[in-house]
Design a protein around this ligand. Sequence first.
Ligand SMILES: Nc1ncnc2c1ncn2[C@@H]1O[C@H](COP(=O)(O)OP(=O)(O)O)[C@@H](O)[C@H]1O
Ligand SMILES: [Mg+2]
Length: 137
Amino acid sequence: MIVLSKEKLPIQREQDVILFRNRIKELATKTGMSLVNQTKLITAASELVRNMLRYGGGGVTQLEIVSKNSIPGVRLTFKDEGPGIPDVQQAMKDGFSTGKSLGLGLPGAKRLVNEFDIKSEPGKGTTVTITRWKNGL
Ligand SMILES: Nc1ncnc2c1ncn2[C@@H]1O[C@H](COP(=O)(O)OP(=O)(O)O)[C@@H](O)[C@H]1O
Ligand SMILES: [Mg+2]
């Protein structure tokens, strides 16, 4: 895997999300990703950035264009220093929410991308990384 471009965008309030989503769209377009796959990536990213704001108190996103076996893709990292998730396995289940909402954000986001990684340490924060390849299913 090689990194072709990398940038960071802090997310502290709702307005930051608009810029973030627009930037993902630009990067995904650069890779030649189809509109359907762009929409999947942006939908997943929206859920994760919303979690970061709501539960993590904001944080920093990293947006990268990456390439593996000459196939380009977009990799996004969401890093917050919030309370963390005590039981990640539970949080990944459909319908689990501590926020009285649908509880589909994390599992839904996982289904919309090709690679999904979550690391969380209570008291330290949460980092989620997702990748969508140009030609991924
Ligand atoms: N960045 C985060 N920091 C702390 N807790 C989180 C974070 N993201 C998700 N969670 C926890 O995981 C649960 C499930 O998240 P999600 O699947 O998006 O559902 P929802 O947002 O509807 O609660 C949340 O209710 C919350 O307890
Ligand atoms: Mg959510």
